[in-house]
Design a protein around this ligand. Structure first.
Ligand code: ARG
Length: 467
């Protein structure tokens, strides 16, 4: 060899039979995934124990080899958990790091563990197990967020605030109703989590490299041992599929988008100009130069993390879009996206749950804002339809003139005199004043899912029964 250096490199112990020298340093760097896939150690060990147990049960390996393997794997588990395990980049990934250590610990029996499996089904298994557990954590976190909103909604079922469209005052609503909008959003996110768990509830192990195996394995047994509903049904798909990761990232992106909209509202509501809420000290920061400031940093960071999470989804979709079946090494790029998105999402949900629980609601400010901007104009139009028999389009026109008059006089609709209103339409009576207050307005919206306090309380009860 011209390159004297290569002689000093050891050949890789897994495929050393074919390759005379070890990988070039750059190859090692681009190839290795141990830096991030060590996160899968517990899933890898659990999967290997289930696989070895099945191999022995089927008479493919001896009970003695199985016992040594299981004992060795448990030793490795405690070595990793106590920080004693030395991860090696030369051994590329978590699967080979563990298998190499097993060989050191138990000798030749270690070589029997990889019978009837490949790293392709092994990584698919480990990663699925990890994503499934992460989804279970996400489900719990969303349940806590929903519970926080239900409590605030109950407390503020009667608190009126302006409802907005185009961020312009539209009609009065209650803060409880607004909170329940988020309960619906995060409730849908939680059901997406549950569906994703159901979709991925199949065990990949035993698909081997891509074609299955000639050994008499029992995939139903390993699936059951690992808590899956059953084994996957096509070995080619099994090692090619990363839908479970994409579903996680899709769900994460939609949830993060919901969190970001909430974050944006918190940022707006906590400005002195709106003043609808006061954030707790725990979830805000001061300014190093402006002593009066209290900044909603946590909300802003939640809003920003959405960018990272959405980026992860696009990154993995892009990795997968051109891949022929079955496994390609491109797929190793799936993990960092998922790990990063999972960490960001967990943090964002927890921060939001804290903010929602802690924030002070300034009902007086909300109520004052609810009455401004002619928010009860629709109530006047509806009254004209109901009491004066006008077609809605005409009532809309009459109301528009009343708003113009109030604007000209610099007052609210409810402050116009009866004579003022009658100058616009002769059939208006003083009964109209009953519908022009914000309380009357929200109380009248009794349609299913509407903002009337009693309707909101019904929706809270519906969710509480399901939470
Ligand atoms: N580290 C690899 C990954 O994350 C494991 C599977 C490797 N399989 C292979 N045929 N090279 O995808």
């Amino acid at each position: 060899m011209a390159d004297g250096n290569s002689e000093t490199k050891s050949s890789n112990q897994m495929w050393g039979g074919r390759f005379a020298s070890g990988p070039d340093a750059i190859m090692e760097e681009i190839n290795a995934s141990i830096g991030f896939d060590k996160k899968l150690y517990a899933q890898d060990i659990r999967g290997s124990i289930a696989h070895a147990t099945m191999l022995a049960h089927q008479g493919i390996i001896s009970a003695d080899d199985k016992d040594k393997i299981v004992h060795g794997l448990n030793t490795i588990l405690s070595e990793i958990e106590s920080g004693q395990f030395e991860f090696s980049r030369r051994l590329e990934d978590i699967h080979m790091n563990i298998e190499a250590r097993l060989a050191t610990l138990i000798g030749p029996s270690a070589g029997r563990l990889h019978t009837a499996r490949s790293r392709n089904d092994q990584v698919a298994l480990d990663f699925r197990l990890w994503v499934k557990e992460e989804l279970q954590r996400t489900e719990k976190a969303l349940t806590a967020l929903i519970a926080a909103f239900l409590d605030r909604a109950e407390e503020h079922a009667d608190t009126v605030m302006p409802g907005f469209t185009h961020l312009q005052t539209a009609q009065p609503v209650t803060f409880g109703h607004h909170c329940m909008a988020y309960v619906e959003m995060f409730g849908r996110d939680r059901s997406r989590v549950r569906h994703a768990i159901e979709h991925m509830d199949e065990s990949p192990i035993g698909a081997a490299a891509l074609a299955g195996t000639g050994f008499p394995i029992d995939r139903h047994m390993t699936a059951k041992a690992l808590g899956f509903a059953g084994p996957t049904r096509n070995s080619i798909d099994t090692v090619s599929d990363r839908d479970f990761a994409l579903e996680f990232l899709s769900m994460a992106s939609i949830t993060a988008t919901h969190l970001s909209r909430l974050a944006e509202e918190i940022v707006i509501w906590s400005t002195p100009q709106f003043g609808f809420i006061r954030l707790s000290d725990a979830f805000s920061t001061g300014s190093s130069i402006m002593p009066q400031k209290k900044n909603p940093d946590a909300a802003e960071l939640v809003r920003a993390k959405t960018g990272r999470i959405n980026g992860s989804l696009i990154a993995l979709l892009t990795v997968m879009k051109g891949l022929p079946l079955a496994y390609s090494k491109d797929m190793q790029e799936d993990k960092e996206q998922v790990f990063d998105a999972a960490e960001s999402l967990e943090l964002a949900i927890a921060a939001m749950t804290g903010m929602v629980r802690d924030m002070t609601i300034r009902s007086d400010r909300m109520k004052a804002a609810a009455g401004s901007g002619y928010s009860t104009a629709t109530d006047l139009a509806d009254w004209l339809v109901r009491e004066a028999g006008l077609p809605f389009r005409d009532a809309h026109h009459v109301t528009g003139r009343a708003v113009a008059l109030a604007e000209q006089k610099g007052c609210d609709l409810a402050d116009l005199s009866l004579a003022d209103l009658q100058s616009i339409h002769a059939d208006i009576t003083d009964k109209v004043f009953d519908v022009l207050t914000v309380e009357a307005s929200v109380a009248s919206r009794t349609s299913f899912g509407g903002t009337a306090p009693n309707e909101v309380r019904k929706q809270i009860a519906w969710w509480r029964a399901r939470n």
